[in-house]
Design a protein around this ligand. Structure first.
Ligand SMILES: Cc1cc2nc3c(=O)[nH]c(=O)nc-3n(C[C@H](O)[C@H](O)[C@H](O)COP(=O)(O)OP(=O)(O)OC[C@H]3O[C@@H](n4cnc5c(N)ncnc54)[C@H](O)[C@@H]3O)c2cc1C
Length: 477
């Protein structure tokens, strides 16, 4: 009896016969047959407007705190320290909200900026936000101690016992510090990703615990119902964004598409493709080069989401990712059974053809980093002049080799395969210019291990490629 689950060979047959590798189909009048929804165009202007609004918000926060200070209050014992503490509290809390918004996974921000850049901004702001909140804790305690003329430790005790919600806020502060410490590169490297992630989730709890004491004791709010209402609205809006885009939308999307694994195929040593089947994938707006967070709903993996890039554009009803075994989860993926349910979150990333500034591209990939380039190659506009450089230590390690060759050939592009150890086959700036002499006139897309991306970016810069023409997707964290 034939299996109800289609074999993966039926799903993605070889490059010569599968329509996925052919030019887009045409109807009888010669128009393109659109068999899937194309992804919305990123809007950088939205990012500028958001940044301007964030700046105005920061100014408003500073102004509302300063407006509540008076010469008399500042001159009183501990007055200056208390004022510094208040200013630090509100600016620190505001920066915390900005950090949360940056990682709220809002689709338009993700598309325009890319998750890696958003994470970089989030990390850059973090020390300032935690530092300001730390300053608030120290300055307010010292200021109140000076005002009460009481010893410091006694004042700490008084604050916790007599002021509403300060105990909860203190616990919240402890959680923020813990999340901050575990995110320092040196500490983070020693932790499992999942441990870091769970600790990081406490950040949300920390913020929730700290919220009430601001509203109840914040001088800017006591007697100022409008300012209080505005501040509450900003916090609720931030919480709403997180709930909608980190929980609601992914849950809705996963329920809508009902993805299930239909096959796992060996691609290269330690590398497999996972092919999933789902409903309504023609409505899944995604660009080649983007990634999703994948949650394979098995007993061991359901609680972890991992980023994997599509290795081919959706071919409704199928989706494909190609995964290298680098750790616990990615190793288990090779043993996924057909029928396993899959939840997705995304698509994310700005590593798409929309980022292009020119009509020519150079795609450079190494190892499993070749996979998003494979999908990007398929998604580039028809007239794009394509050059591709892929490298791996062995020929078998050139993931999707035949598919890439077929796609490059179809576009009349050039493909360079570099096979051998890093020392045996060196890819330096001079070699790169030799392979692609017109590199400066192209957009350079790079994907591979973290060190590889950095090297290629440096080389491209040395060869004169303008920074805005260089696009990198790093698989490192
Ligand atoms: C944008 C992006 C796209 C990616 N696309 C692909 C792809 O198409 N194919 C592929 O094989 N790999 C891809 N990766 C890498 C892949 O996500 C990791 O190899 C995988 O999550 C490792 O999980 P693990 O539990 O097997 O390994 P672990 O041993 O837990 O971790 C190995 C490394 O992966 C990092 N990592 C682990 N879990 C996560 C996570 N949830 N999010 C981010 N980093 C994590 C760890 O910090 C560590 O550096 C991509 C990574 C990113 C950031």
């Amino acid at each position: 009896m034939p299996s109800p689950v289609p074999d993966h060979e039926d799903v993605l047959p070889d490059a010569a016969t599968s329509p996925i590798y052919q030019p887009q189909a045409q109807d009888e009048r010669g128009s393109k047959v659109i068999w899937r929804r194309s992804a919305p165009v990123p809007r950088p202007r939205f990012v500028d407007v958001s940044a301007a609004l964030a700046g105005i918000g920061f100014g408003a926060v500073v102004a509302s705190v300063l407006a509540n200070e008076s010469r008399g209050a500042l001159a009183a014992p501990g007055g200056l320290l208390t004022a510094i503490g208040r200013l630090a509290a509100f600016t620190g809390a505001y920066l915390m909200l900005i950090m949360v918004v940056l990682v709220a996974r809002m689709p338009w921000l993700e598309r325009a900026v890319g998750q890696d850049q958003l994470l970089r901004w989030h990390r850059k702001i973090a020390p300032w936000a935690i530092g300001l909140i730390g300053t608030h804790v120290v300055a307010i305690t010292l200021g109140y101690a000076a005002a009460d003329r009481s010893p410091l430790l006694h004042e700490v005790w008084v604050l916790i016992r007599s002021y509403r919600d300060i105990l909860a806020a203190s616990v919240g502060f402890g959680l923020l510090v813990l999340a901050g410490i575990t995110s320092y590169r040196a500490v983070r490297r020693r932790l499992r990703y999942e441990t870091w992630w769970v600790v990081h989730l406490y950040l949300y709890l920390g913020l929730a615990l700290a919220f009430a004491h601001q509203i109840v004791t914040g001088v800017s709010f006591v007697g100022h119902p409008l300012t209080r209402a505005l501040w509450i609205t900003v916090w609720l809006a931030t919480a709403g964004l997180v709930l909608i885009f980190r929980i609601g939308q992914p849950a809705w999307r996963s329920l809508k598409h009902q993805l299930r694994v239909v096959g796992v195929r060996d691609e290269a040593p330690g590398v497999v493709s996972v092919i999933c089947q789902g409903r309504d994938l023609d409505h899944l707006a995604v660009s080649g080069g983007q990634f999703f967070q994948w949650r394979f709903l098995t007993r061991d993996l359901w609680w972890q989401a991992h980023p994997f890039s599509l290795s081919a554009l959706p071919r409704p009803p199928y989706l494909r990712v190609t995964i290298k075994a680098t750790g616990d989860a990615s190793r288990v993926v090779a043993r996924l059974r057909p029928g396993t349910r899959v939840a997705i979150e995304g698509p994310y990333g700005a590593f798409t053809h929309h980022a292009r500034r020119t009509d020519g591209v150079l795609l450079v990939g190494a190892g499993v980093g070749i996979t998003p380039l494979r999908a990007l190659l398929e998604d580039l506009p028809e007239q794009t002049d394509v050059a591709v450089v892929v490298r791996a230590s062995t020929r078998a390690g050139l993931v999707h080799r035949d598919e890439i060759a077929a796609l490059v050939k179809h576009r009349g592009g050039r493909l360079h395969e570099l096979v051998g150890s890093r020392h045996g086959v060196r890819l330096g700036a001079r070699h790169l210019r030799h392979l692609v002499p017109d590199i400066v006139t192209r957009d350079v897309y790079v994907c591979g291990p973290e060190g590889f991306g950095t090297e290629i970016v440096e080389m491209a810069g040395k060869l004169g490629v303008p920074p805005e023409q260089i696009h990198v997707e790093s698989f490192g964290f």
